[in-house]
Design a protein around this ligand. Structure first.
Ligand code: 4NP
Length: 157
């Protein structure tokens, strides 16, 4: 049996962006009947929201797209670097923080989620925490855009 490809999406709090990336990517996998071949999760660089449900604005926006986000925030753990094939950051600061705590025996590919999209203007999924509903909608759209390109990349590699 082939082993699963594992992907961990990471942002600062694990309550606004990475739970959306996780849920949207899982939906893309389901649309392609591929979810059994993957392990998908999300985590935070900070400990600030551990155990919390996703932000109410995130959940409301996801529900409007038919997605129920049930994830509870957790912090990135050193074992994640050995257990996941890809650890994908939403913004540059997230990636810097991920790289800072990566153990020497890291086995994961550490990258920006947007880096699989050839669009040169798409680099980060911006933090919507201090923004409004439009910013949360944008997170969803960007996660869809990046997710499609991530799957394309995974299917050819
Ligand atoms: P996230 O958003 O990293 O996408 O989950 C944030 C969540 C919480 C805070 C900032 C960003 N905060 O400052 O508490």
């Amino acid at each position: 049996m082939e082993s699963k490809t594992s992907i961990l999406f990471v942002c600062l709090g694990n309550i606004c962006r990475s739970p959306v990336a996780e849920a949207v990517f899982l939906e893309i996998l389901n649309q392609h009947n591929l979810s059994h071949q993957f392990k998908i999760d999300s985590a935070a660089t900070s400990p600030n929201h551990i155990g919390e449900k996703a932000d109410p604005r995130t959940r409301k926006q996801a529900i409007s797209k038919g997605i129920d986000i049930t994830h509870r925030a957790r912090q990135l753990h050193p074992n994640d670097f050995l257990e996941f094939d890809y650890i994908l950051a939403m913004d540059k600061k997230n990636l810097e923080d991920i790289e800072k705590i990566a153990p020497e025996n890291n086995k994961a590919i550490l990258a920006m989620f947007a880096s699989f999209d050839p669009d040169p203007n798409f680099v980060e999924v911006p933090d919507p925490y201090w923004g409004d509903a439009k910013d949360f909608e944008r997170v969803y759209e960007l996660c869809q855009k990046a997710g499609h390109h991530l799957l394309k990349h995974l299917l050819k590699s």
